[in-house]
Design a protein around this ligand. Structure first.
Ligand SMILES: [Zn+2]
Ligand SMILES: [Zn+2]
Length: 256
């Protein structure tokens, strides 16, 4: 390919989970699988993600990087199973890089200690690297450039992040879990894909998730090539077929 030839469709994404924390509508918890020129990575890895990948015929051992928006169980609770599969069941022992909010290594260690006591400090047969994504500068991880904003959400001492991931000249913006913030407009600007959480149909007394009511009021301010709503709660799942926007339904494949 010469330098004037556009590199079309070099980034592929498959939705391995676009549901809420509770399995509403049979949807799996948050996980998006991205294939680019560098390899394969996952964005978030919920407690149900190994089951989801198995149903899709995706070998989890091929994932070289997991980028975590925040450290809630429906976004990182599947990591112990991913680690154990690579340790005990996978035919390969590809290194694994975990990138996420500052402090992720201690939280993942605590999660492992809770679920499989004694394993975390054992000898892993593959390298595990941790990369902290900070708010003040772009972090490059295995060829992907990751910028982050602080989300309106709470997950303990570690930040909850909205992410803007650039790879192969494509931009994937992901709100993570958050209430509405005007800086999501900056996050999504000129993106090839914006995956925006939309847990509720109508505004709620709490503001740590986005409602479709609020998203609809702001949708014309979002300048993205493609918008997907995700993290769909029961009311959103109930109207999924009539939504005027595209939903992150299980198994959906996109080419950017
Ligand atoms: Zn969540
Ligand atoms: Zn959350």
């Amino acid at each position: 390919m010469d330098s004037t030839t556009p590199d079309r469709a070099s980034v592929q994404i498959q939705i391995a989970g676009g549901g809420d924390a509770f399995g509403s509508g049979g949807q799996f918890q948050t996980c998006f699988i991205v294939d680019d020129s560098h390899g394969r990575f996952a964005i978030d890895f919920g407690a149900t993600s190994m089951v989801a990948l198995s149903k899709l015929g995706i070998d989890a051992a091929e994932i070289e990087l997991v980028v975590l928006s925040h450290l809630h169980g429906d976004h990182f609770g599947g990591l112990p199973f991913l680690l154990l599969q690579r340790q005990f069941a996978a035919s390969t022992c590809r290194p694994l890089t975990l990138a996420g909010p500052v402090g992720l290594q201690a939280r993942i260690g605590a999660l492992m200690d809770c679920m499989y006591p004694g394993l975390w400090d054992s000898q892993w047969r593959f390298a595990i690297d941790f990369v902290e994504i900070t708010l003040d500068h772009t972090t490059t991880v295995l060829g992907r450039r990751i910028a982050a904003q602080k989300a309106r959400h709470f997950a303990g001492a570690q930040d909850c992040l909205s992410l803007r991931i650039e790879t192969d000249n494509r931009v994937i913006a992901f709100s993570g879990d958050t209430g509405w913030r005007d800086d999501l407009i900056d996050l999504a600007r000129e993106s090839d894909l914006f995956i925006c959480e939309c847990n509720e149909r109508f505004d709620q007394p709490y503001d740590t998730h986005i409602s479709f009511e609020t998203l609809s009021k702001n949708i014309d301010r979002l300048h993205t090539k493609r918008l997907l709503v995700s993290h769909l709660g029961p009311e959103m799942v109930g109207i999924i077929d009539g939504l005027p926007v595209e939903a992150a339904t299980f198994g959906l494949k996109l080419a950017l």
